[in-house]
Design a binder for this molecule. Sequence first.
Ligand code: ADP
Length: 398
Amino acid sequence: MDGTILVINCGSSSLKIALFDQQLNKLASGLAERLGKDDAFATLQGRQEPVRLPAGAGHKEALNALTSALQGCGLLDDVPAAIGHRVVHGGETFRKAALINDNVLAAIKDCADLAPLHNPVNLAGIEATTALFPGVPQAAVFDTAFHQTLPRKAYLYAVPLQLYRDWGVRRYGFHGTSHQFMVNESARILGKTQATTSIISAHLGNGCSITAIRDGISVDTSMGLTPLEGLVMGTRSGDVDPGLFDFLSVKGMASQEVHRLLNNDSGLLGLSGQTNDMRTLCELADHGHEPSQTAIDVFCFRLARYIGAMMASLTQLDALVFTGGIGENSSLVRRKTLAHLTLFGFTIDDELNDQHGSISDGQIEGADSQFRVLVIPTNEELVIAREALAAAGPGIAD
Ligand code: ADP
């Protein structure tokens, strides 16, 4: 055992890893993509050129290639002290990270009908890692766990309660590790304890969600039973009238087609007709491309509406926090969103906003703003490493 912590995040056709030391300094990160295809590759970022994997290589081959590369660089001498896995859905079973054993594996399998695209892939990653590093403690860190503190009034849908009782139909929320990191970091920046910090956390990446955090715990969030609900996203619609499903089925669309339409062809991509990439959309909008301008407008207005909605769960607001690729990098999105919220007393300092908070410990609000506004780079891998270390128990690498 060499005292490192390995973090693993399996997607349907990708695998990301990160290696941390015991002080939680990141030593390396790696990525494998196009798994299952002919042109799968793996690379340790900044340390090697992408290496072609055998055609059809899966998560196991990718993990072998990346851990061998870590060993080749002398970063992983032996086996890691602990391993943390991102697992998307923990249902109502997991309120925090769990040390993986047979019962935990069975419970993750039980949650698979809530996340059929994600949990089986996460389980495949755990299986591959167990084969490679038998006996090393592994922790499952759930995207949903941070939101298990939601009160009943926030997690129930107004549908017959039997659907909740029989099938677990309720709002679960996702991006929990990122929102958790936002409240940790906000507390640090504001010089408060986490238990007394209340924020609205907007995670804006390809997937987008917003969470109200009161006194350190999640009390409302925009994603629901699935990650489709809520904000406008890269290719997901976010909220639509539930009557749309019926309307589209009358028009002859099968449920799988509706699923694809709302998950893969909607959001920024659907509105712009061009791309799901906000950076490209901003460039197109700059050149007068109207559908791209419209996509950005809809994105920002929906976000502003949700910020207003999240206020209903709070009794104080220490900061509104932006994170994720868009939240951290798009001064335009932050400015346009806050322009809708002047009634609440939000103002923004254009210069600090253009610098993305980098010269002001994240703070971008105007001097006269009623509330702090922060830009904080997310670090989900760090949260997973921290949780893995905690779950594996003290003194594991001494
Ligand atoms: P993921 O959810 O896949 O982790 P990210 O958090 O990396 O995604 O966010 C990706 C999004 O961030 C993309 O829409 C990308 O265009 C956007 N983004 C990154 N940099 C910028 C930038 N400078 N300006 C605007 N958008 C940006």
